[in-house]
Write a protein that binds this ligand. Structure first.
Ligand SMILES: Cc1cc2nc3c(=O)[nH]c(=O)nc-3n(C[C@H](O)[C@H](O)[C@H](O)COP(=O)(O)O)c2cc1C
Length: 247
């Protein structure tokens, strides 16, 4: 286990744990599907704010150094976890003011906790009449591979598939993976606003965005019965360092 931790890094470990979770869950498909994490942001007042989010997959730079500053292309351990949300949610305004965040996953089936800290970049469709500066400008150059989350029913949940595309392709295809109910949510204008206010509906894709987590710190805890162990992965000068610490 320690060998594979050092070889593949935290993202390989996380993907394989998700695969194992799906295998374990397959007997009970009703209750399975998503890996839900708790995403913490910081409010402008400096207070922590946390909410549940579904891990949608990963983005992985495909070629060339510096596609994402500080992230090496084709380097599995530099995979970036992605989450989808509505552009008008509070978390987006918090992230626009301060992109620092941490997401925590507890995978009950494998007895593992991953706490992934870093900064979130927001990917959204360009608007037709756009004066405002695109929030992801300069962050993402192409090509980039999208690796989707394993799902119940996958032939081999440990071998997660995906596709390579540009920003708009990734946004459109991942949007289409959402349920009818979630698409309806994206077409409302202001989540969290009063139900008494009159609202107009819009094209859901216009409110859709992906939060891309560029990690720089991962705290991994394994609670296996044969002995708990913990590793700290830290990004230093473009390379991940791994430290064994007391659990
Ligand atoms: C199991 C579960 C999964 C959720 N997944 C997401 C998600 O992937 N994206 C999202 O924006 N909100 C998700 N939500 C709703 C959020 O937790 C939150 O209520 C909503 O996004 C508004 O958060 P905000 O006001 O802090 O932005 C989920 C809620 C639950 C209970």
């Amino acid at each position: 286990m320690v060998g594979s931790l050092e070889e593949g890094g935290w993202a390989t470990l996380l993907k394989s744990s998700i695969g194992n979770k799906i295998v374990a869950d397959s007997a009970d498909a009703e209750h399975s599907l998503a890996l839900v994490g708790s995403l913490a942001t910081v409010t402008p007042e400096g207070r922590p704010k946390v909410r549940s989010v579904v891990l949608r997959g990963f983005l992985v730079p495909k070629q060339g150094e510096g596609i994402v500053e500080g992230v090496k292309a084709g380097n599995n351990i530099d995979s970036m976890p992605i989450f989808s949300t509505h552009l008008n949610t509070q978390k987006i305004s918090e992230l626009q003011a301060n992109s620092a965040c941490e997401v925590s996953f507890w995978i009950e089936e494998t007895l593992e906790q991953f706490r992934i800290g870093g900064h979130i970049h927001i990917l959204r469709m360009p608007k037709a009449s756009e004066e405002e500066i695109d929030v992801d400008e300069g962050f993402l150059k192409f090509p980039i591979e999208y690796i989707r989350m394993s799902r119940v029913g996958d032939k081999d949940p440990l071998d997660i598939e995906g596709f390579t595309g540009d920003k708009e392709t990734i946004l459109k295809k991942t949007y289409e993976e959402h349920s009818h109910y979630l698409k309806k949510w994206f077409s409302t204008q202001a989540p969290g606003s009063s139900l008494d206010e009159e609202k107009s509906e819009v094209e859901g894709l216009d409110n859709y965005c992906l939060m891309v987590l560029k990690a720089d710190h991962v705290d991994y805890l394994n609670m296996c019965k044969s002995g708990h162990f913990r590793r700290i992965f830290t990004l230093e000068d473009g390379d991940w360092k791994i430290e064994k610490v007391e659990p």
